[in-house]
Ligand binder design. Structure first.
Ligand SMILES: [Zn+2]
Length: 132
């Protein structure tokens, strides 16, 4: 059996196991990074934060919402979410199938974009629509 990485096909069991492992590893890394962000953030801004909250709690909390660290954390949480979706799709046996056209996504694409849910052409269409 020849395995052309460009061909659309389902992933083998072994490939899925490896992907599962990489996804879980990435998820662990993300959680560690989120923890670190929080610790650093609280350390640096702790005193200012208390002052600000005493002064005007609503405003202070709104400002915290907009802090850079929080947006980093939000980005990471978004990735965690898509990893969890990918893991769920592996469990359901849907991993690797395009959400839109239902064809198999090329394994080569999945290897670089573990949590891709669409084949390349469908993804490009979605991005074009978003831009408009
Ligand atoms: Zn597609």
């Amino acid at each position: 059996m020849t395995k052309d990485p460009k061909t659309r096909r389902s992933m083998t069991k072994q490939e899925l196991e490896e992907i599962k492992k990489s996804l879980q590893k990435r998820k662990d890394e993300l959680w560690l990074a989120i923890e670190e962000d929080l610790r650093e953030d609280a350390g640096k801004e702790y005193h200012d934060l208390i002052e600000a909250i005493r002064d005007d709690s609503d405003k202070a909390l709104a400002e915290l919402e907009e802090s850079t660290v929080l947006s980093y954390i939000k980005l990471k949480l978004k990735e965690v979410e898509s990893i969890e979706q990918a893991l769920a799709r592996i469990k359901e046996g849907k991993y690797g199938r395009c959400l839109d056209c239902r064809r198999w996504i090329r394994p080569a694409r999945l290897q670089v974009l573990l949590h891709a849910v669409r084949c390349r052409s469908c993804q490009e269409t979605v991005e074009k629509i978003k831009r408009v």
